[in-house]
Every structure is written in C-alpha cells, then in structure tokens.
Design a protein around this ligand. Structure first.
Ligand SMILES: O=P(O)(O)OC[C@H]1O[C@H](O[C@H]2O[C@H](CO)[C@@H](O)[C@H](O)[C@H]2O)[C@H](O)[C@@H](O)[C@@H]1O
Length: 897
C-alpha cells in the first residue's frame, strides 16, 4: 500500500545545464549569492538575483556585517554547499528552509522565470474587473500552454535532478527518517518542482515527471505560471500566511475580504487533487500537508469517498475571531473537513479549529472532532520534530568541524547569541533587534562582551519592514560599536548549512521571537548542536517566543518571552548570559529529552497510527457497514442471560419526535405496553432516557412505576419503583450559570427574528428553527455558541450548535454519566450479563461509546448497541425500520424467558 505525501513543493527540483556557461555544465552545483555576484549578471536567472541584491542593498552595510558576510562567503571554498549536493538529493536539509520567494530558485539553479504578470491591484473597486481579467488571462495562458512548443535552447538542454531549496525541510526530513527506519515503506511524494514551468514544452515536462516518478518516487504536479503565482505569491503569502499568524489586514479594502486570487488557489488545489485521484489505488493512504493545500482533502473526498485521508497544518491556526475575516472561510473549512483526520502542531491550534468550525459552520464540535451531517471528522494534535540521527551525521562533516574552529577563533572571548529567521513581519526580527538595543542600553557591562549574529534570509518581501530594520541596525551600530567590537552582526543573506550547524554548535544562546509560529525547528536543531559533541559543551539557553508551537512542548525549560514586550526579551537575554551552569544543565537535559523523544519519524508514525484508527472507526460507523440487528442472535443471548438491563432512548427511538401532549395521544400507549411487558419479566430492568424535563418525562411515563427514568440528557435519574429523582449537577452552580447565560442569549434573541429560548432545569436551548432569515440565524447561532464556549469554559458548561438550535448544557454530565452511575452500583459479582442500549441521536452516541468499552473489556458478556435510522454511529447494529422496528424487537424479546 502506498502513502501519498502531498505538499506544495517536492523535495526535488531540476537544474538545467547552462549552455552559456560551459564551465558549469560538468558541475551544476548550488551557487551562493556571492558566487552569482562574482560571475556578473550574464544569464537570465540573474534577474531575480539582482532584484534580491538590490532589495538587500536597502539595508545599510555595517562594517561588522560587511566583514562577516565576506567571512562567511569567502573563507572556505566549501561554504558554497548551501544545501546537499545534487548527487545526494535525499540528504538531510535544514528544517526551516526560509527561501525568499518561490521564483527565486534561480539564485541556486538554472531555471526558467515566471511568465505570469504582476498581481492585480488590491482595490475593492477594481475587484470585479480584476477577477474577470484574471480569468481571461488564465484561459489565455492555458490555451497558450497547450499550443506552446518552447524553442528556448536553455530549457531543451540537459538537466539533472537536485535537492529543492524551498519546501518544508522539517516534513521532508521526517519522511526520509521514516523511510530509513522502515516505518514507511512505499512513499510517493506529490508536489511542484519548484519553478515556473510554462517555458517547458510538453515533452520536457513528460521527461521530467517520468524520471522523478521512476527514480525518486515523486509525482510532479504541473500548473500554469499564472496559477502558481496567483496561488502562492498572492493568496498564500498575502492572505493565508498573515491571517493564520494573526495579522489581519486592517482596512475594508483588504484582499482578505474580497479577493481575486482565490480562483488560482482553487485551481492549484484542484490540480493536486486530480493528480492524487488519478494515481490512487484502494487501500492507499493520503497525507496532505499545510496551508497551501487546504481544499485538497475535500476535492479528493468528492472522488474517493472511502479513501483514508489525513491533513496536517504546519502553521498556527488562529482563533475563530481572526479566521472569520477570510472571505472564503466556509470553503476553506469544508475543504479541510474532507479528511478523516485534521491534525495540528499543538492542542491550542486544534482547539481553535474546533471552535471555528462550530462557530462558522454551526456544527457540533467535541474534544475529538466535529460531527457533520453524515460523518465524523477527527481533530488532533501532534508536534513535528527533527531527525537527530541524521543531524549527528551532518554535524560530523569536515566542513562543519572546520567552521566550528573558524568561528570560535574569530569570536574568542565573546559570548555569542545567534538567530536565523526569514525577514517577514511574522518572525519578529524587528522586535528582537529593538530588544537587543534595549539590552545594550540597560547593560553597559555586557556591551563589549556579547555579539548577536542575526541571519536574515530575505529582504525582498516587505520593503517597509526592510527599511525599519535597516534603521535599527544602523542605530545599534552607531551607538554601540567601537573600533574593536561590534555587538550586532546582521547578515542580509543566508549562510551555508555547514556554517549554520557550526554557528548553532558554538553559540551561547539562541533567540527566537516569532510573533506567531507553527513550531520552529531551528530551536530543536540548536538543542542537539549544543551537546558538545564536536565543540565545547555549551548547553546554552533557548530564548523563545511564547507564541511558537515549540514553546508549548518545551514545558518551561526554555526562557519564554513575549515578543511584543521588548523588556521581556531584553531581560531573557540578560538571564541567558548570566545563568549558572547548574540551571543550564537542568534546562538543557529537559529540552534535549523532549527533542530526542518528539522526533520527526515519531511524529509521522504517530499521525499514521491515529489516522488508520480513526479511519477504521469512521468506516465502522458508516451505516453501510453497521450490520443490521440480528434478532435471532439477540434472542439467544437474551435467553441465556440471568440479569438484563435495557437503556432505551425515548424520542426518535421508542417514539417519533413531537410535542409531549401530542405524543401522548399518538403512540405512547403502544410504547408503555411494550415497556410494561419487558418489566414484567423479573430478570429485566428497564430505563428510558430522554432530553426532556423531569415534568415532561413524568407526564409520559408516570403510569409505568417499574420503569427507571433518565431526564435532561443525564442530569436527572429516577430508579424503578422510586419516587425521588437524583439531580447530578450542583443546583446553586446551575442556577448561577443559567442566569448569566440567559442574559447573553437575550442579545441573540433580539437579533434573530423568530428565535426563542427554552429553559430546562439544567440546560437552555436557543431555538431558531422558525427564524425568518436562515443564513443570518445560522451565523448568529455560530457566534452565540462560540461566545458561550469562550466565556463559560471554567463553569463547565458547553454550547452545542445543532442545525436549528444551540443547546447549552453542563459539560460534565450526559446520558453516559447517568448510565455509568446505574452500573457503578452493581457489586461485581451481581453485574448484569446482558445490556441493550438503543438510541438515534448525537446524545446517545456517548452511551454507545461507553458500552463499547465495556464490551471491549469483557466487563459485560452480552452488549448490544442499536441505532435506529440511518445515522452514522458507533453502535454495533442498526435498525432501519425506525421506532416501529424497535418496538417489534422489544415485543418479541418480552415473549421469551
Ligand atoms: O514559505 P512557504 O513555502 O509558504 O512555507 C511556509 C513555511 O513552511 C515551513 O514551516 C512550517 O513548517 C515547519 C515544520 O512543521 C514549522 O516549524 C513552521 O512553524 C511552519 O511555518 C518551512 O520550514 C518554512 O521555511 C516556510 O516558510
């Protein structure tokens, strides 16, 4: 069985041997910016390099930076080995790639440039026109692509497969680790080859995809340059990336609200889905990764209803308040919910996702996932990690060892703080520099002894940020540098992998101040590099923004800082420099054991095990696979048992839905007769459970004294032949939360015409089935549930949206807690040996689940759970003939002994 690993970029790309530079043909190795600069701008690929350099030039050239840039680029000939050599496309890569932009791979390889035009303007006024233009332009490009036979000799030349520079290094390393360890055997990666491909003719594309498939187990997705540009440079980078990291465009004309690049996002996602569907075989597993491909699970699900699909989001997932700004919020959520399992780096992101689904789609979310009309989608969290074994090998490379010595000599007697970040607003480089400036001001004693080396891997994306950063860098340099010491080294371009590993090995501390980040594997790599294997033992502290996923798994062993509070970062820098060896040791050991345990292959295996478990459960829940109740078998088990308990849901199970008064007049007599017949047999104990109030349920079953009753979904219990009711939730607390929530509900009642609030003793229900405007009522219901869930978590109350109401009830009590209470009272030797549970609704699922555990653990010999109707369920059997069918079964049993 194959596992498809679907992510935006393949771990491979293609380098065309440059015809104009014959000396490179025999050695198509990766080139650094410095090398490109030395060669002069003779080839087309240099246009982008020149653009990048021009943008970089906006930053001032401090003496320290200029000198150190030169130092990192020229001191060692092998420093050019930025990434693994083309001969080894499966080697370990840096976890956080931080490549400036997708169309800048020309910095490293000879590849075509994009034929896409610049992105249309942001204006809402021009939105419709822009969208029309975008559509026609796209059609034009598609037609052009079909007919195009590229004659450019550069793209008809020889080419080789090399390791890609962009993409998710953490993911690629994790998959490679699984393959190396044998925990994944047949893996097919699916993605783009990392450069615009309009300039390639069909034959070349075919050649490339055949080679990648046959030699590298990789399926190539080709999309037009215009789709790629609109999808990645625009929708992903300008909309999703900021919003997922809590940066919401703050004016009404923002692209987040009305966007023309949405169509390109959809096109690219569809191309990925089509590729997978075309190659899928029954029994394969599909893993889709990250925010670039949110729609792919849903698109695949439409074609492959039974496929096992997992989705993992590598970035943060924002709170519903932020996510709801996205114009395409519903489509994005529905796309993700095409998976069987939607997974996140941390519990917090998973929780945000559940709340967002509940709020925007007005559906029920539980701790485990969301209940859709006809199926359940599990939601989970599991943090990614690195591959320490592969890192150990990479760290032993001669170049790394040479660089360790070189850097140590250069910074002898100084304390080194290091950092490598992409220069975008999210990574908090500006905040870090301001905090470092504050630290230098507040701690003059440290000024001559400390150096912050900040590698900033892109300067092109955001000109405003670049110039702000430039100002700070200049100021620090002007105010704090001396002839003999420059405390800040700000490198405006990336360093080689070997230099990176060496820097992490010799540093005294690492500082990461991201304003929000999915994980941040740089700190995991730092921790491993600090073990003293190839250098002095450092065990340096990790100064880490509390808004990163990594901070949530480090259990306080890092030095947490709030990136918005410069004093907190400045203080953490001081603490890190003055920390005693003993404390360093304790913190380091804890961090190291977390990183060593939570590795990339552990993450992937964990996810895969969970996915196959939930997929099995979903499959079993599917009514098609829930067997019909076998009456013959049931009778046999009934007859062979000596103590039986029946727990039967009322509405929708024993009788059809309806007002209490009208139900009494319809089929209640038949129900009571059946129940009386069952109770007449002394081996039988029968309970009826319902969401109805005590009064209502007494009205219905007052005339059946031997019957046990469970009211208000498990909040009240009355045993057979007993007058009093037991109330489980505390009365005082109940009245207190109800009165607070009634006030909140009033707000929504006033806004949704036709809505009303039903009050039960332990719950409230906001009804909007008769609302005049259903769409607006739905939106308000989602907001209402979200509002209550946010405000009342500590009061142990939850708001559950259903298609026409929001139920607000205690989170610690449900039908299963009442049934458990009943069973808990039986001494072990007298435990019933026959249990039958029947239900039809979401409130009954918890009882089915509880009964399943009893049955799995053989606590009760004969457990029968039966769902009435065609709903997906964890029940082990189904009765499709509705309430009449169940009454018939119960009548039949009552005739046996
Ligand atoms: O820049 P993109 O091509 O859009 O990719 C976004 C980033 O993807 C990777 O980071 C994400 O995954 C990491 C591993 O799970 C996680 O640590 C990080 O927080 C995520 O954002 C990649 O490592 C970055 O270089 C990309 O910028």
């Amino acid at each position: 069985m194959t596992t498809f690993v679907v992510s935006m970029f393949l771990p491979y790309t293609v380098d065309f041997h440059d015809l104009k530079q014959p000396e490179q043909q025999s050695n198509p190795t990766v080139r650094t910016l410095a090398e490109i600069g030395r060669q002069g701008s003779t080839t087309s690929i240099l246009n982008t390099a020149v653009a990048l350099r021009a943008a970089a030039a906006a930053l001032p050239q401090t003496p320290a930076a200029a000198e150190t840039t030169e130092f990192f680029n020229t001191s060692q000939p092998s420093a050019a080995t930025h990434f693994p050599t083309p001969a080894d496309p499966k080697g370990l890569v840096r976890s956080d790639a931080h490549i400036p932009s997708w169309n800048l791979s020309g910095l490293f390889f000879n590849q075509p440039e994009s034929s896409a035009e610049a992105a249309p303007s942001d204006s809402v006024v021009s939105y419709t026109k822009a969208q029309q233009r975008a559509q026609t332009r796209e059609e034009r490009y598609k037609a052009l692509q079909e007919s195009k036979k590229s004659t450019d000799p550069r793209w008809a030349a020889a080419w080789s497969v090399v390791s890609a520079v962009q993409g998710n290094g953490g993911l690629n390393n994790a998959i490679q680790a699984c393959v190396n360890k044998g925990s994944m055997t047949s893996v097919l990666t699916v993605g783009l080859i990392g450069f615009p491909t309009d300039a390639l003719n069909a034959t070349k594309k075919q050649e490339i995809s055949e080679k990648l498939e046959s030699e590298h187990e990789a399926l190539t997705v080709f999309v037009s340059d215009v789709d790629l540009d609109g999808h990645y440079a625009h929708y992903c980078k300008k909309i999703l990336w900021p919003v997922f990291h809590y940066v919401v465009p703050d004016h009404p004309k923002s692209k987040a609200f009305m966007d023309h690049s949405w169509i390109f996002y959809k096109n690219l996602n569809q191309a990925f889905a089509d590729k997978v569907v075309k190659n899928y075989k029954r029994g394969d597993t599909i893993w889709i990764h990250d925010y670039h491909l949110l729609l792919v699970p849903g698109m695949i699900r439409k074609k492959l209803p039974d496929a096992m699909i997992g989705f993992f989001l590598h970035t943060a997932f924002p709170s519903s308040e932020v996510f709801r700004c996205l114009a395409a919020r519903t489509e994005l959520l529905e796309g993700m919910l095409g998976a069987n399992l939607v997974a996140f780096q941390t519990h917090e992101y998973a929780h945000h996702f559940l709340q967002t689904c509940s709020r925007i789609l007005a559906i029920e979310a539980t701790e485990d996932g969301v209940q859709l009309d006809n199926h359940f989608v599990n939601v989970w969290s599991s943090p990614i990690g690195i591959d320490p074994s592969a890192l150990a090998i990479a760290r032993d490379e001669k170049e790394v060892l040479t660089w360790i010595k070189t850097i140590k000599d250069r910074y002898k007697g100084k304390r080194l703080i290091v950092a490598r970040d992409k220069l975008d607003t999210i990574r908090g480089v500006r905040q870090k520099l301001l905090a470092f400036e504050l630290f230098l001001k507040q701690n003059p004693d440290w000024k001559d002894k400390v150096v912050l080396i900040q590698v900033a891997t892109s300067t092109q994306d955001d000109q405003e940020l670049s110039s702000t950063v430039a100002e700070i860098v200049t100021r620090i340099d002007a105010n704090h540098s001396t002839l003999s010491h420059q405390p800040l080294v700000f490198l405006r371009q990336d360093i080689a992998f070997s230099q990176y590993l060496a820097l992490l090995s010799v540093a005294d501390a690492l500082v990461i101040t991201s304003l929000r980040e999915g994980m941040n594997l740089t700190c995991h790599e730092f921790i491993i590099c600090q073990d003293g294997k190839n250098s002095d033992k450092k065990h340096g502290p990790v100064i880490l923004s509390e808004f990163t996923g990594s901070a949530s798994i480090f259990e306080g062993a890092d030095l947490a800082c709030n990136p918005w509070d410069y004093r907190s970062i400045a203080n953490a820098i001081k603490v890190s420099l003055e920390m005693g060896e003993e404390e360093k040791e304790v913190r380091y050991n804890k961090l190291r054991s977390i990183v060593m345990h939570q590795t990339g292959d552990f993450w992937m295996s964990n996810l895969s095990t969970h996915l196959s478990k939930v997929h099995d459960e979903h499959f079993r829940r599917d009514t098609m696979s829930i067997p019909r109740l076998n009456i013959h078998n049931l009778i046999q088990r009934y007859e062979s048992s000596w103590q039986r308990v029946f727990v039967l849901d009322y509405e929708g199970t024993l009788a059809s839905y309806g007002a209490v008064e009208s139900t009494i007049l319809t089929n209640i007599e038949r129900v009571t007769e059946t129940l009386n017949d069952l109770i007449a047999e002394e081996k039988n104990t029968v309970y009826v459970m319902s969401g109805r109030t005590v009064n209502e349920i007494e009205m219905l079953f007052g005339r059946v004294p031997g019957l046990g009753l469970i009211a208000e979904n498990g909040c009240f219990l009355r045993d057979p032949n007993v007058e009093e009711w037991t109330q489980f939730p505390d009365e005082e607390k109940t009245q207190s939360w109800k009165s607070a929530i009634k006030t909140m509900l009033q707000y929504y009642v006033e806004r949704v015409e036709g809505s009303w609030v039903e009050e039960r003793h332990c719950s409230l229900i906001f009804h909007y089935e008769k609302a005049n405007d259903n769409a607006s009522a739905n939106r308000h219901a989602g907001d209402c549930a979200n509002h209550i869930n946010d405000a009342c978590q500590n009061q142990r109350v939850k708001a559950v949206p259903t298609p026409d109401s929001v139920i607000i009830e205690p989170s610690d009590y449900d039908k299963s807690t009442a049934v458990q209470h009943i069973f808990g009272r039986y001494p072990e030797a007298e435990r019933p040996d026959f249990l039958m549970i029947a239900g039809n609704d979401r409130d009954d699922e918890v009882v089915f689940k509880w009964a399943k555990e009893l049955s799995d653990n053989w606590t009760i010999a004969n457990v029968t759970t039966v769902t009435v109707g065609d709903r997906n369920s964890v029940a082990t059997s189904t009765l499709t003939q509705g309430t009449t069918g169940l009454l018939k079964v119960l009548n039949t049993l009552a005739k046996h002994k």
